[in-house]
Ligand binder design. Structure first.
Ligand code: UT7
Length: 329
């Protein structure tokens, strides 16, 4: 078979993994109250839709969550790790400065020889990684890719800042993307506007043996909210036009899980029923690069997303970055 015998890529399996510790809004409010920080289940649910999050124990690393999600995705695809020739991990909370988290996952899985690298596009990371893997496959440079979004975001939260610490959780999601002769990924579009860096960033680093800058996530929530609604709508319309389908043809929207009010606005702007929007943030909160594959895997496994359906995956977040991938599953 020649390298370019297959000109398309399709999702062959998915998997996800969450740390076992569930922290409800009430648990979190009680914990923050011991330090004089006031919040409530009512505020968090009304403003965000989040009811609980999974938080990794101190010391648990992103590669561990990513590896578990990857094993489940490989299992779902009926594939072995040695069949992979590309591994991409989207994360903003890598285990180390280097090597990449993708290399650590590769070693954990026992794969040898696949290309492995991380993608850094914050909450858009998974769609960036999926679009990149699809381009490799379509170009004949890879046949079978593992694409993971994984985060231990609790590591970079300022637990004294109630405007951010209640919003995020930890977790990982993965898909196996395989070369095939009929299109699975129909269209994708990635975008960024680096001039908006300040509205969502963790502007710190390790340098000269110490942490320089600010090690915590900082966000102008309202500015991010407005950008998210605008770019997600524009991006959805763009990929649908590119694929020659109408927005109304989409069976499931799987947008980045940050705030239920963003998802409501998006559905209204696109004139799509809310019943078609996968909601996972009530259970997982915002898991950054993991949020889209976690929601996708959850909706596949509970039977909502069925084979043959049209699914729009969308990310948006720090950078500022955003993107969409339209897939026939
Ligand atoms: O993953 C990247 C994508 N991220 C996002 O998409 C996040 C987008 N932004 C949002 O989801 C929302 O802007 C937030 C949920 C972050 C904030 O909601 P908001 O409706 O924009 O609230 P706000 O920032 O305007 O704050 C309203 C009030 C403030 O009090 P005052 O000034 O009105 O007295 C805040 O101090 O709510 C207060 N507040 C809280 N109160 C209780 C902020 N955080 C909390 C809290 N508990 N945790």
């Amino acid at each position: 078979m020649t390298q370019n015998a297959y000109s398309h890529a399709a999702i062959a399996g998915s998997g996800s993994f969450l740390p076992s510790r569930v922290v409800t809004n009430d648990d979190l409010a009680a914990e923050l109250a011991t330090r004089g920080i006031e919040t409530s289940d009512q505020w968090i649910v009304e403003r965000t839709g989040i009811r609980q999050r999974h938080l990794a124990e101190r010391g648990v690393r992103t590669s561990e969550l990513a590896t578990e999600a990857a094993r489940r995705a490989l299992d779902d695809a009926g594939m072995a790790a040695d069949e992979l020739d590309l591994i991409i991990v989207a994360t903003s909370t890598p285990d180390y400065v280097f090597p990449s988290t993708a290399c650590l996952v590769q070693a954990n899985l026992g794969n040898q020889g696949a290309a492995a690298f991380d993608v850094q596009a914050v909450c858009s990371g998974f769609v960036y990684a999926l679009s990149t893997a699809e381009a490799y496959i379509r170009a004949g440079r890879a046949r079978c890719a593992l694409v993971i979004g994984a985060e231990v975001f609790s590591r970079i939260l300022d637990w004294n800042d109630r405007s951010t610490c209640v919003l995020f959780g930890d977790g990982a999601g993965a898909v196996v993307l395989k070369a095939c002769d009929t299109p699975g990924v129909l269209a994708s579009a990635l975008h960024a506007d680096g001039s908006l860096m300040k509205i969502l960033c963790a502007a710190g680093n390790v340098a000269y043996g110490e942490v320089t800058g600010d090690p915590f996530l900082r966000m102008d929530g309202q500015a991010v909210f407005k950008q998210a609604v605008t770019v997600l709508e524009r991006s959805a319309r763009k990929v649908c036009a590119e694929a020659g389908v109408s927005v109304q043809d989409i069976d499931w929207l799987v947008p980045h899980q940050a705030n239920v009010r963003i998802l409501n606005f998006l559905a209204r702007k696109l004139d799509v029923s809310l019943d078609k929007v996968v909601l996972a943030l009530d259970k997982h909160a915002n898991t950054s690069a993991a949020s889209v594959p976690l929601a996708f895997d959850m909706a596949r496994r509970d039977g909502r997303i069925q084979a043959g359906q049209l699914v729009l995956l969308q990310g948006v977040g720090g950078g500022f970055t955003w993107g969409s991938v339209l897939v026939r599953v």
